[in-house]
Every structure is written in structure tokens, then in C-alpha cells.
Design a protein around this ligand. Sequence first.
Ligand code: PSV
Ligand code: MN
Length: 424
Amino acid sequence: MQIEKYQLDAHNEQGYAKHKKRLDFLTSEIEGERAILQKLIDFQIAIPSWALGTGGTRFGRFSGGGEPRSLEEKIEDVGLLHALNRSSGAISLHIPWDIPENPAAIRALAAQHGLAFDAVNSNTFQDQKDQKLSYKFGSLQHTDPSVRQQAIEHNIEVIRHGIELGSKSITVWLSDGSCFPGQLNFRKAFQNTLESLQEIYAAMPSDWKMFIEYKAFEPNFYSMTVGDWGQSLLYASKLGERAYTLVDLGHHLPNANIEQIVALLLMEGKLAGFHFNDSKYGDDDLTVGSINPYQLFLIFNELIEGMDARGMNHATDLGWMIDASHNVKDPLEDLLQSVEAIMQAYAKSLLIDRKALNKAQAANDVVRCQEILQTAYLTDVRALVAEARLKSGGALDPLSIYRDLKVREQLIQERGAVTVATGL
Ligand code: PSV
Ligand code: MN
């Protein structure tokens, strides 16, 4: 299905007067609203192809109906999101869950929806049907060189698919590690992984980047071979200047200071970008901003500070992506909420009075520092984010028009109630 311009216009007209009142109040309170609006308009967040179906846990999965049955339908779904919020202008594919059989046609379809292809992702954490060797004991770290070779070839195959689509980066997330003490020689596992990554790195075109994602635990519960940002940074530094660390918010041990990690990776020029989500316990994959929106804001505070210090373009110089699944929500509604939470955190961090903060930091005025951050955080920026959407042709309130137009009901009619999207 497609959302028509007249439908957006009618929705926007209906809510405009109320919106204008809120916007006028907000802009009377803040400075530099034009520049902030432009930054919000430019900012795009990639949607992972595996987040469009209902997520599950190891205990079960409850399909919501109307799930995309093919890559084409996944692109259509991201197109719907982008039509509503104008901030979801890219899709990230996981291979082999989403192999583009006809890349030219897939590229054309994405372009029709105004979508670009973000990083491609390899998968050596599952065994596929007809796969010769198993990844039960790891992939790039494996003690058997032929398993490592198979995993290397898969990654190179993923790069080939990415080239055909116009992607410029590959994200490598490894589930490699061990479940029991003594199972693995850590040093040999690291060395094997590094050598395997070196072969993949060498196969990338010269304008490509490699993103190395770390995760503290799961599916291995004693050690992970890329378990934290230190290990990821070690691989990235040894690999070369086009290798970077990717931060997935859910991949840390509880209470980790992610904002500090981000600041230091940025300082070293080694931050690739993000997989946004939220969590209470671990890799919960909850909607962005649903548990700890203040932490998200603090992360954006460091991002903006660090990117500005290096003269980086907020919209294009890092990879922004959502990585969340949702067991009890409509995946499209969930993604709309996630994108909105990211835009709000970004907008609030743009409001921080940097000069005053620098001054207060230099004077060790701890109270003032906190006040400055919280003044920005407590500002209601929703009207500003909505105005950015309006200016770029989107909806004033994406969630309410999604429900008013009965999008999910229409998708169920088109695709059926018991469709299952590929993914986890
Ligand atoms: C692993 O938990 C992860 O965060 C990686 O990014 C994978 O590619 C993705 O989730 C798979 O769902
Ligand atoms: Mn991730």
C-alpha cells in the first residue's frame, strides 16, 4: 500500500493550528531554531530489514499479521515509514535473510520510495540449510581453518551483494566465543578472528568501511570474542583506517557508561555508528527511548560535542540505525516510536548551551553543568521535530495517521494474517 499526498495533507491540516501554537511557544524559548530544523530534516535513520516482522523470544513468537513476505515488501514497509516521518530514508539488509535476487530491480524499487541502502550485515551466527560446515563452535574464530574459510567467503559474498545495491559498509557481528571456562584459548581465538577479518577487509572496495559490532554476552555466556568496545577497537586498529567500532546500545553489561565509550571512540576517529534500541536488563531490543530516554540524550550530547570537535557532518559521517525487535507491538508502530525518540534526543542535544557548559566544566561548577544539561533535556521539542517532518513532506503525527488510515489492517488484507517475515 502507499500513503497518498492528499491523505497526508488532510491529516496535517487538521492538526496544524494546535501545532503552530506549540511551535510558536517553543521557538520563543530557544535560539537558532532554523539551523536546528535543517539538521533535523537532514538526519536519517536506517531501518533494519529484520525489524519489520514481529520479533520473538526463545519461548515463542506471536505474529501480528500482514508481515512482509519478501524483500520487496520489506522495502515497501520502510517506504511507508519514510513517507510518514521522512527520517527513515535507508534500509539495512541481513544476508542470507534478504538476498536481493534481482539487484537492479531492488535498487529501483528502493529509489522509488526514496530509500538508500545502508550497511549490509553478514550472518555466521546461524547454520543455514545446505551449509557444509557448522558454526556451533564459532565462525571466524574457529579452530578448523575450513570453517573460518567458509565464514570468510560468506562475508565476501555479503560485500558483493552490497556493492550491487550501492551500500558502502559491512557490519560484522560475531556470536563467536565460549560457554565454559577452558573451552577456548582466548589468544588463539583472537588471532584467528583477526586473520579472518583481515581477509574480509582486503576484499572490500577502497571506498568501503568495516563496522565491528561487539556484544558482552549471548549466545555465548562465558566469553565473547568481540565482547566489548576495547576488543572491537583492538581489531579495528589492527585492521586499518577503514575499520571502525559499532555500538549497539543493548550490548553492554548493566549500567555501562555508554556515553563515555562513545566520546572516546569518537576522539580516536574509530566510531562507526549505532544500533539504537533500549533495554532494562541486557539485549532486550526494546523500543528506543522506552526505558531510559535520558541516557539516549546523554549519548547524543557526547555525539554532538565530539562530532563538532572533529568538524563532522551529523547526518552523514556516522551510521545511524535501529536494531530492535518487538514481541508485543506492531513492528511499524514500534519503529515510528523509535525514530521519534531518536529525533527528540538529537533535537534536545542540539539545544544544549555548549559555551555555558564548557565554562561551567572549566570552573568545576558541577551544579551548573547538571542544570545546563537538564534544561535542554526537559525542553519539550516535539513541535520542532514535527515541524521538520512537515517541512520535508511528512506527517504531523505519524502514529495517529498510521492508525487513522488503518495501515496494518490494509497490510493484513493484502498479505494475509499469517505471514512470517525472515529474521530472528
Ligand atoms: C546481535 O544481537 C545483533 O545486535 C546484531 O546486530 C545482529 O546483526 C542483529 O542483532 C541480528 O538480529
Ligand atoms: Mn546490533
